[in-house]
Design a binder for this molecule. Structure first.
Ligand code: GDD
Ligand code: MG
Length: 361
């Protein structure tokens, strides 16, 4: 069976991180995000992955190639213009060889048991099975209503907060029979959530709900992107953390140069060639991408740095996302802020959530 990963969206809610990187490839604890989905699929014996792409499509094939490095095969299907989630599935039809498919939104971090999902789909003989999870903010997602036997009775995409009667939402992980994909309209934009599921329910198709018990998070907002890092660091989801474990919740790549007077308090993940200068304090809950440099006496906590970030002397950085090659000047004080790649924050800049809207907080 093949998996389709829907990864064609523009990732607008993750800007500025997605100006130069598609959402599926943004660094997540120093790995391109999609690697966590590849790991999950492979762990459940799915080795054939079809990427459905539009925005910055060529970046995927350039970075992932044919998938050999991960022990899977990868195909890339690129839309000339975005076709919507169901239009994207239809566009991949020829690659599915008339078989059942597992479809995954390309921005969900999860350890959900795909084996149980597939078994439930099979036992019920469903046309489509929708994985569901319970969340605190259901109005931001697709609401799934199901009866006591697990049959979906209603679906409401992004309801108003006053319509969010349950907290069970669509996790963006489906099993779909080939005849459902065959029936999808071709050559136009089609939303699986707004158009296809309601139509299937109206015509009495067997749509099952599979309640996931695992970890689940849509990383597609800055707040959730930061939260995903914190959850991985705190081991709330069991995924592979890159680097060598150098004791007490600290993972380190090659050539880390941490000065003996600096303090690194786990959980912290450092990429290759990271330098931490005298009396600097890093952690807890920090990711430093490859080639990051933390200046003398600087303090960094609860933050994510992409590759090549430089932090000046005595700077304080808390709850921030700092994109690649950005430079934070000496004595800056930044709280709950996102810094775009290659930008420069002048020495002495102070930003805290009381003074500005906390983008990441
Ligand atoms: N190929 C392709 N073409 N992919 C697309 C397109 C498209 O036109 N539009 C969106 N995608 C991809 C995105 O890249 C993303 O990985 C996935 O489809 C879902 O799109 P989002 O834009 O992230 O949707 P959402 O998070 O607002 O809502 C969806 O996910 C929720 C769970 O996270 C819906 O499926 C909700 O019902 C669901 O609850
Ligand atoms: Mg999303």
């Amino acid at each position: 069976m093949k998996a389709i990963i829907l990864a064609g969206g523009r990732g607008t809610r993750l800007r500025p991180l997605t100006y130069d990187t598609p959402k599926g490839l943004v660094p997540m604890v120093t790995r391109p995000f999609v690697e966590y989905q590849i790991d999950l699929l492979r762990a459940h014996g799915i080795h054939q992955i079809v990427f459905s792409l539009n925005y910055m499509a060529q970046e995927f094939s350039r970075r992932l190639q044919d998938g050999t490095r991960w022990g899977v095969s990868m195909e890339y299907v690129v839309e000339k213009a975005p076709l919507g989630t169901a239009g994207a599935m239809k566009n991949c039809e020829a690659r599915l060889d008339g078989e059942r498919a597992l479809v995954l939104n390309g921005d969900v971090l999860t350890d959900t048991d795909l084996g149980r999902l597939l078994a439930e789909h099979e036992e019920r003989g469903s046309d489509v099975t929708i994985t569901t999870v319970a969340v605190d903010d259901p109005a931001a997602y697709g609401l799934v209503l199901a009866d006591s036997t697990g049959l979906v009775t209603g679906f409401l995409e992004k309801p108003g907060w006053d319509e969010a009667a349950v907290n069970t939402i669509n996790a963006g992980i489906y099993v779909i029979e080939p005849w459902i994909i065959a029936d999808l309209p071709q050559g136009r934009e089609v939303s699986f959530e707004r158009e296809v599921i309601p139509a299937l329910l109206a015509r009495g198709a067997a749509v099952g709900a599979h309640a996931s018990r695992g970890y689940w998070l849509d990383i597609g907002t800055l707040r959730n992107y930061l939260k995903a890092h914190m959850d991985i660091l705190e081991r709330r989801i069991d995924v592979v953390i890159p680097g060598r474990k150098a004791g007490c919740g600290v993972w380190s790549g090659k050539n880390a140069a941490v000065h003996r007077t600096a303090r690194v308090t786990g959980p912290v993940v450092m990429g290759h060639n990271v330098a931490v200068q005298p009396r600097a304090e890093v952690g807890p809950r920090v990711v430093l991408g490859h080639g990051c440099h933390v200046g003398e006496g600087a303090h960094v906590s609860d933050s994510v740095f992409h590759d090549g970030v430089q932090v000046g002397r005595g700077a304080k950085v808390r709850r921030c996302i700092i994109a690649a090659a950005a430079r934070i000047g000496d004595a800056c004080c930044l709280d709950s802020m996102v810094v775009a790649s290659a930008s420069v924050v002048g020495a002495g800049t102070r930003v805290d959530p009381e003074l500005s809207a906390p983008v990441a907080g």
